[in-house]
Each structure stands twice: as structure tokens, then as C-alpha cells.
Design a protein around this ligand. Structure first.
Ligand SMILES: [Zn+2]
Length: 377
């Protein structure tokens, strides 16, 4: 191996550790990105840090504090370009310069227009060697929501569905509880906890008395991660075009919620949850406008947990970034309800998906699939 290759292997090794640290913020950094930092001097890790929550120090600051004087002449590995702007905390690029690090390796540039290359530029101007793009794909995967919001002004939309092996979700009567087992339900709890918003529709709330809350005992996480997850519960958003869900429903009693509707908000809702009026075509809530409104409020990731009609509407309007479909070893039969309310007449209309992961979760299976753009179908 020549010297260059050796450096690349070392860079990837330390960046992998920084990514591991960043992932610790999965449940708590919203609306900020998850970021990790490792400081290495003479082949020794002298400081590590990760961003815990908005308003608190960034990953670089934690790592520099841990490294102390050993940061001088060291290499700092960061999963996202160090910030150059004064937000709620001072710029990390300045902190790295002050600490005297010799080299900064970033996994990717920060797409935040307030940073966008200026952090690395600032470091380079101070005589620090900089590079970017080490394990960029993994770094992007960790912050899909933050990146989508910065790059497209929309949150990342993940649709969770549970179905039988014959692709059905509920009996014709609507009976649908417990299709999947406890391990799958625990996985869904973690999806809720990492989301900025958990979104559902009036049908689900009325039929299942759904509350869509995060339950600590079902997360299956260690004490530290459970505490972080419970300290920042996702905002629950209900799409209820005609305000059919009564205010005494368990959903509203379970905590703060936002209602997206088309109707003028009636008297009875005056002291109730916040309502957002986003009328669209055919008396339905305008989903794209709602998502853009949520992005404007700093929402990075939306988890949709809804029945076939609402999930189908998100799918048909091309608003879904990822499907997580839990599959139970059951048949529900031909009179049971479909996965998505999406009638298609011809095979040529069938949307194409790329299955990126399929693995066992307890006795069930989880399929992760992403829609392919129409052009590649
Ligand atoms: Zn920073």
C-alpha cells in the first residue's frame, strides 16, 4: 500500500467512528443534523464528541474539550462540514482554528445555505489542510431529513405500512390491530422516536383510537437513548379535512398535536389543538403544501402511519421518499383491505420501486423500498 492509500484507509476508519457517534443523536438533534467528531493525534484518538440537541454545543466543541491541548497539530474528523455562522452557538470552524488542529476531514459539505462550503474555506484560509467526501454516502443517509429540507424545502417522508403476506392490511370490517409481532412494533416505535413528525389521518384515529405516541418501554433502547428519545417526542399531525375527530378522542388527550384541515376552524376547536388550513383540490388537504409548511417549521423527517387512503394519496402524489413495509406471515384473504388505495388499470402504470433492504424482525419481515423516478421506469 502506498502512503496515499494508507491515509485513505485511516481516514475511513476514523470517519466510521465519527458516524457511529453522530448516530447517537438520532432521536434528539431535531431540527439540527446528527453530527459526530473524532480528533486524532499521532495515531491516537484524543477526543470524541457528538451533537446531542439543538442549542447545546456542536460535536466539534465536545471533541475539542475532550482533547484539550492534544488538539494542537491533530486531525479532526467531522461527519458534516464545520459551521461558519453564528447560530445559537459560536462557529465551530473558529474553534478548530483556535485549537490549532492541522487537518480537518469532513464527510460532506453542509447544504445549509448559511454554511455551504464557507466552513471549510475558513479553515483553509487559516492554513489548515481540509478535505471533504470521506464516507459521504453514509453521512448523507444519517441526515436524509435535514438534507431534503435544506436542498428541496421539504421534509423526508417515510411511509410505514404493515401487511399480510397477501398484501392486505385490515379485515373488511376495519379490524386491523396487531398484524405484526412485538419486535416489529418496537421497530415502529423507534421510527416514531426518530421522526420530527408522526402524521396520520382521521380514518386511522377514528377506527383504531390511535394515539401515535412514543412509548419508552417499547423502544428497546438503552437507558441513555430512551431518555433522549423521550425528551423530544415527535409532533403528532392529524390530517382531518372535515374536522371529524372529536376533541375528546384519545389522540388529542395524549399530548400536543397539529391538525391540518380544509374546513374553516369551528368554534369547538377554538381552545383545542393548533389548526393549519391547507385546502387542496376535491375538498382534500393539500399534502404538498402541508409538507412545505412543516419544512418551514424545521421539520426534517415525517413518518406517515395511515390507512390505505391517505398513504395512497401520498404515494400517488409522488411525495414518498421511502416505504418501510412490515410483512407478517398471515393471509387476510381477498375481502381484506389493500395496502394502498391506488387503482391502476394497466401494468405500464405500475410504479417501480427499488428494494434496498429486506430483513427479519422477530417473526415478521421488514422491506425498505424507495420509489424510482418515473423516467427510469
Ligand atoms: Zn458547529
Amino acid at each position: 500500500m502506498n502512503l496515499c492509500d494508507e491515509q485513505a484507509v485511516l481516514d475511513a476508519h476514523y470517519m466510521a467512528r465519527a458516524l457511529e457517534l453522530a448516530a447517537k443523536g438520532r432521536f434528539s438533534t431535531h431540527p439540527n443534523p446528527r453530527v459526530g467528531c473524532v480528533i486524532v493525534c499521532d495515531g491516537q484518538v484524543v477526543g470524541e464528541g457528538w451533537h446531542v440537541r439543538a442549542g447545546e454545543p456542536h460535536a466539534e466543541v465536545h471533541a475539542l474539550r475532550a482533547a484539550g491541548a492534544k488538539a494542537r497539530g491533530a486531525t479532526a474528523y467531522v461527519t458534516l462540514e464545520p459551521c461558519s455562522h453564528h447560530g445559537r452557538t459560536p462557529p465551530c470552524a473558529d474553534a478548530l482554528v483556535d485549537a490549532g488542529v492541522a487537518r480537518v476531514v469532513a464527510a460532506m459539505q453542509d447544504p445549509n445555505p448559511e454554511v455551504a462550503g464557507r466552513g471549510l474555506q475558513r479553515l483553509a484560509q487559516a492554513g489548515i489542510a481540509t478535505s471533504s467526501g470521506v464516507m459521504e454516502q453514509q453521512a448523507r443517509a444519517l441526515n436524509q431529513g435535514f438534507l431534503k429540507r435544506m436542498e428541496h424545502g421539504l421534509p423526508f417522508v417515510r411511509v410505514k405500512l404493515a401487511m399480510s403476506l397477501d398484501g392486505r392490511t385490515a379485515m373488511a370490517s376495519g379490524e386491523s390491530q396487531w398484524i405484526t409481532g412485538p419486535a416489529a412494533r418496537s421497530a415502529v416505535q423507534r421510527l416514531r422516536a426518530q421522526a420530527s413528525v408522526v402524521l396520520t389521518g382521521a380514518d386511522t384515529v377514528l377506527a383504531d383510537n390511535a394515539r401515535l405516541t412514543v412509548r419508552a418501554e417499547e423502544l428497546g433502547l438503552d437507558a441513555e437513548q430512551t431518555a433522549l428519545a423521550m425528551s423530544r417526542p415527535p409532533l403528532r399531525v392529524l390530517i382531518d379535512g372535515r374536522l371529524r375527530v372529536p376533541l375528546d378522542a384519545p389522540f388529542f388527550k395524549a399530548g400536543p398535536a397539529l391538525v391540518a384541515t380544509c374546513a374553516a376552524v369551528e368554534e369547538q376547536y377554538a381552545n383545542g389543538p393548533e389548526c393549519l388550513i391547507v385546502p387542496g383540490a376535491d375538498g382534500q388537504v393539500d399534502l404538498r403544501r402541508l409538507l412545505s409548511e412543516l419544512a418551514g417549521r424545521g421539520i426534517n423527517e415525517v413518518l406517515v402511519e395511515a390507512g390505505p387512503r391517505l398513504a395512497g394519496a401520498f404515494a400517488q402524489q409522488g411525495l414518498v421518499d421511502e416505504y418501510q413495509i412490515f410483512v407478517a406471515g398471515k393471509f387476510l384473504g381477498s375481502s381484506a383491505r389493500p395496502l394502498l388505495d391506488w387503482p391502476l388499470a394497466q401494468m405500464s402504470e405500475a410504479p417501480q420501486l427499488k428494494i434496498i433492504e429486506m430483513r427479519a424482525v422477530g417473526d415478521d419481515w421488514r422491506v425498505i423500498a424507495i420509489p424510482l423516478p418515473a423516467a427510469s421506469v
